[in-house]
Ligand binder design. Sequence first.
Ligand SMILES: Cc1cc2nc3c(=O)[nH]c(=O)nc-3n(C[C@H](O)[C@H](O)[C@H](O)COP(=O)(O)OP(=O)(O)OC[C@H]3O[C@@H](n4cnc5c(N)ncnc54)[C@H](O)[C@@H]3O)c2cc1C
Length: 462
Amino acid sequence: MKRIAIIGGGISGLAAAFALEERRRGGEPLEYAVYESGPRFGGVLATEQVDGCLIEAGPDSFLTEKPWAAELCRRLGIEDQLIGSNDGDRKTYILVKGKLTPMPDGLMFMVPTRLAPALLSTLFSGATKFRMVREWRFAPRQSRSDESVAALVERHYGAEMVERLADPLLSGVYGGEAAQLSVRAVLPRFVEMESKYGSLGRGMLAVRKNMKPAQSAPPIFTSLKGGMQQLADALAAGLSPGTLRPNTRVEAVQKQDRGWIVSAGYASDHFDNVIIATSATAAVPLFEITCAGLASELKAIPYSSSMTVALGFDKDVRAALPAGFGFLVPRSEGKRMLAATFVHNKFPHRVPEDRALIRCFLGGSRDEQILQLPDDKILGIVREELRRILGLNAEPLFTRIYRWRGAMAQYVVGHLERLQRIESLLKQWPGLALAGNAYRGIGVPDCVRSGEAAVQQVLAGA
Ligand SMILES: Cc1cc2nc3c(=O)[nH]c(=O)nc-3n(C[C@H](O)[C@H](O)[C@H](O)COP(=O)(O)OP(=O)(O)OC[C@H]3O[C@@H](n4cnc5c(N)ncnc54)[C@H](O)[C@@H]3O)c2cc1C
């Protein structure tokens, strides 16, 4: 009987455990245990019901175009619980000089694929519009080395595009800065388009031609009726009884002649394989004795912290708020808020008709210190900024604050080279695999895929 330890009970670890469970049900002789230092499973997937509203403390959905999370839901038998975002109302605003300015139609991520709406938009200055037109004629360009997202975007559209779009979009996804994040790791499609087409605009158009027409396209975001925690709960419920070990922090993982010893508190257990599905930072102390080289590569992967603040309001506020999914705040606006979602528009069934729910994002690599502030200070900042941005003076019916320390891995320039070094170090340790958001994708579907890939890797390795 093969024994496998999974360390970390977030979505990456749970997806790995369920992949093992499927193999066990298929007749493979194996057993597994999931170690989780906290009292609950799911990691940053956490959902709360307040006053009839469904509040996501962490992720609220995942990108539909990345199939791995939805496929997992199908295998779990909860496919009927999948829901899409309300894309008919998918307007997003950027705060420019204190005013909410809609993103023009035809922008794909930050790339204009239709020049007319971009040229008519008040989001960009004349100089940026001139660059957009000129960019359309850029010749293909091969670059051998990695660079930041900001460097590539600036080359095509200038600094204003970085400041107004690239930076706020990336701080929403990664809690990081366009000037630090690796374009090859974060936006590999941009690198491919630049080398094939030269112009990102023409490259995006070519990609779009192969996509389904808008009316038959699936919603951009997928989630679950009961919130993202429903996925974690279904995974935990689908595992063999007795496999989950909550409140059990692993302190060391040591190689033996055959297999591994996993030590947690006073207990040590022997396993044939180990999957580490914690953050890279949390994995460092586990390896410091066994593999210092691996530990030092993992230590070099930076993380940022983030915070979500949910505020519920009554129907009068709902009627007064703008249409659309929400807004992004460029750094130059001098606010602490990075973005806000109008949940009642993005996922209407999560909020009763007589309520409004606004979810604000703060923190990120530039403002880690905000997580240290007490709740009343944080609420004071958020309410004052909502007052200035939306003219929102009403008293909230309820508020919730969720702090996620060191939760967002930052794929800084050189990240892919670091992964190569990590992968070659791991070859010395067949039977050991890493999963999680530190490596090849930060989104929930990427984490699911990383957990499933880790299972294949350890079972193939030893
Ligand atoms: C606020 C926020 C919003 C997000 N929004 C989205 C979104 O909308 N869509 C999307 O796709 N992605 C989103 N993400 C990203 C995505 O949710 C995460 O990247 C992903 O859920 C990480 O899962 P994980 O299992 O790798 O890590 P985690 O969820 O961090 O789980 C790791 C687990 O390991 C445990 N652990 C750590 N050390 C030990 C130890 N020594 N022993 C035992 N257990 C240990 C921890 O307690 C934790 O439970 C968001 C993230 C955050 C923080």
